[in-house]
Design a protein around this ligand. Structure first.
Ligand code: GRF
Length: 200
């Protein structure tokens, strides 16, 4: 798929990756449209960022829609309304239903704060990932942009970026440095999809 990326972001927390992508769209580095943001967390920074960017923002969760089918149906209504053709997960803590993945033909991207397949899978999120890197005494870590399928962190890897693990790094210092390169690699991967260098 080339160009005309109409992105639905899914985010649960701060949304700094989402913001990096929105900024790239705004200053012309990425040819795409930030069409809507969906969050399961009504207090998320991601929803606040969306509102301040005038991007349609939706809180959809098991609280707002306790019945699975109705929750999925609401998401699909939103996709249709905004002509969504790609989903970008940016710190989304829930598993995406198969119906949602299929709606966009499998064009669902995620970013993981390590070099998959290392330090991935169930339970590997947030600071746990960086603790695992430190405990394993890895010399390098980084971030991975990958396609999402029904397994955690198992979809096709699209791009990775590496950084050195420094002798005095803590999980927290690593998290901060990895997040900075996540912003670069996520935007770059989307730009390559938009211009046809990466085909998904
Ligand atoms: C990032 O570390 C990302 O790799 C992981 O969740 C975190 C989200 O951060 N999937 P933010 O909400 O984009 O700031």
């Amino acid at each position: 798929m080339q160009n005309n990326l109409n992105i639905a972001f899914f985010a649960s927390h701060g949304g700094s990756n989402m913001q990096a992508i929105i900024d790239a769209i705004k200053d012309g580095r990425l040819n795409a449209n930030a069409a809507c943001v969906i969050s399961n967390n009504s207090n998320s920074g991601a929803l606040q960022r969306a509102r301040s960017e005038n991007i349609p923002a939706y809180h959809i969760s098991t609280k707002t829609h306790p019945i699975d089918e109705l929750r999925i149906q609401r998401m699909i209504e939103i996709f249709i309304e905004h002509n969504i053709n790609i989903i970008v997960l940016a710190g989304y803590m829930k598993k995406l239903p198969t119906e949602i993945i299929e709606f966009v033909g499998g064009r669902v991207l995620n970013i993981h704060p390590a070099l998959l397949p290392k330090h991935g899978g169930e339970g590997m999120y947030g600071i746990n990932v960086h603790k695992s890197v430190i405990e394993t005494k890895d010399k390098i870590t980084g971030a991975t942009v990958h396609l999402v399928d029904s397994e955690y962190d198992r979809g096709k890897i699209l791009q990775q970026i590496s950084i050195d693990v420094l002798p005095d790094d803590t999980a927290e210092s690593l998290a901060e440095r990895v997040l900075a390169v996540e912003h670069i690699i996520y935007t770059d991967t989307l730009a390559k999809i938009a211009n046809g260098d990466i085909i998904i």
